[in-house]
Design a protein around this ligand. Sequence first.
Ligand code: PLP
Length: 799
Amino acid sequence: MFTNKETFKREFLNKLEMMYGKTFLESTPRDQYNTLGNMVREYISSNWISTNETQRSSNHKQVYYLSIEFLLGRLLGSNLLNLGILNTVEEGLNELGIQLDDIEESEADAGLGNGGLGRLAACFLDSLASLNLPGHGCGIRYKHGLFDQKIVDGYQVELPEQWLRHGNVWEVRKSDQAIEVGFWGEIETVEKNGEFSFKHVEAEKIMAVPYDIPVVGFETTTVNTLRLWNAEPSRYPTGKDVLVYKRETEAVSEFLYPDDTHDEGKILRLKQQYFLVSASLQSIVRNFRAKHGRLHDLHEHIAIHVNDTHPVLAIPELMRILLDEEGMSWEQAWEITRGTISYTNHTTLSEALEKWPVHIFQPLLPRIFMIVNEINERFCQELWKQFPGDWKRIEDMAIIAHNVVKMAHLAIVGTHSTNGVAHIHSEILKHREMKSFYEIYPERFNNKTNGITHRRWLIKANPQLTSLLNESIGESWISKPRDLINIKSFSKDASFKYAISEVKKIRKQILAERIKEQTGVTIDESSIFDVQVKRLHAYKRQLLNVLHIMYLYNKLKEDSSYTIHPRTFIFGAKASPGYHYAKKIIKLINSLADKVNNDKQTNDRLKVIFLENYRVSLAEDIFPAADVSEQISTASKEASGTGNMKFMMNGALTLGTLDGANIEILDEVGKENIFTFGLTSEEVLHFYQYGGYHSHEYFHHDKRIRQVLEQLTSGYFPDTADHFDAIYDSLLMENDQYFVLRDFGSYVQAQERVNTAYQNQDEWLEKSILNIAHSGTFSSDRTISEYAKDIWKISPLKF
Ligand SMILES: *Cc1c(COP(=O)(O)O)cnc(C)c1O
């Protein structure tokens, strides 16, 4: 089908006619996309079947990665790439007079995630398959992924996302493998020969129907599976309105919750979590029983990983299966459960730590609650033995305390491994946030610094850079990304530097065109592309970036002798719909853009762009075009970050705080090749603990700060009335929790260093090359190899 472009063209035209009953000339890009997508899926199927068959029949240990989010983006391009047929298809299509890029535009992003956490899960799937590791994803098939963002008069407006509107060529519905998940009802205790057993009666059942998506490894025959569960009506409960039941059931997989760092505490969210976990575990156990019969050695054959606390009910759910269905003793069930499950912590932000009120949890999941209660009692007894009389410690560490269930505590107690996602984050977990758990279970804690798949974020997103790398150092880096270090020897090579600058130039042109199309604004392609793209959150400090731009603009206006290299500040960010503060920052960016872009006195040197609807497919055009990567979170707040890695791999220089993986980027590239500034984590945590920071002092003593803050509330931005008062208040009345004013001066200086450095293109290019050269360690292949070896104990399965 894809052996050469001639056969491809023939089959493509045939297939198109068969599917749509029209000729090629009459076909739309969507017809062409669907045709090609179906061809590719069929092409995948024989390897998919044989991978499944091999995994079913071998005794090899396998991992299931449970995540409430998978931010996949588009799959056509990455599948073509991984299958090794991208060039054949591209050339074939070109001969038909069409561009693959245009066809790809017809594919909706699978946006089943908010940001970094969901994207990490997607990168991990790509690495698992590419490393021939038997590892599968389990998630939810949300009918609506993360909302589509429109900007209207500078304000964010949310529209329901509709990725399934035109169908999904990649999924296969497996009705025969559906599973029932029970909610509500009562627990009956049955006594037999002095032994108690428990029966869940009058439960309301929801049918979980799997939709499987193939996960294609890069240039290998491995095709793993991402199983997404769809919620559908099962048996209609008596005494309940049929339509109400149908609506409530379907609601479970209707929407992704649009908040990434906030614990919502809504009952539907808990339903989603248990739905994912119960369907996934029942399905895993069913397959295991079919092969092994009993479950006593489950942990030797299966690893289950929970991505953050959202799927942590996997612990009591597996206990339920082992106790109630398998009839095991508590002790045996506990050993198997702990031996099977491992957990990744993603944040230390207290507002993000999941807590469920007992009054919500218990009636919805009565048996699961009983088990969590028992886990808690046994854990507290263990603590009591180790720390007799230390009530405070037990109260702090308990899984259930003051009528709330603390999911992170359950996760640490009920698994054999807890990992952080960057070195500093893991240290903060061990020595601060989860210190008391580290004291009793030191062997459970470890670090796995996040990574990104270099296949999507370099090879696919930046074919121009990929070609240059291949011509210069060969292709070994594609399978061994650390070999990118080989370009280090070209970092002073004038012709290589020139080639790198040409690649960047092309990518900046591509992005500039897109910006022109979307916003109507013409940007200077030789300006510094200074980019901050990520979810909008106070801790990520888009505000610090904005205040600096306001200052820079003021300075350019007031001081005609002040010169800078022209700069284009580019933002992309969605704010959670209920996060009013974040939405005000979006409006502020847009108001500033309006002002700055229309000021003829300065707009040859300064432009501000807000790109709406930031998502994976847009990101793929942004990273390759960036010169400067803004990673300016308050130190200690960003667990790792992964955007930082995508920028680095595409040759942008980081302007960042000593937070998350920025520190490891610094360690890799050295301090000459990164711009760092601001408070350290230690300093921030010290302020939180002991006080001593007074933001108003910075307001009074720094006239640059005073000027920009006064502009927020003085009518300087037309038609915004008192809209930015809350921003002003957060900085002054609420003492600036995220140290924006504290870090302002240091940030301005770092920005001045960026400006100076860029003007020496020769040195800048050398720095850029060194960033690419050292980025190999941030491939998720490295991360996944570490998980496989240290946590899951799995190895490649080749056939
Ligand atoms: C990588 C990525 C993120 C995470 O970015 P951070 O800067 O690490 O917060 C969020 N959204 C999308 C679409 C991404 O590709």
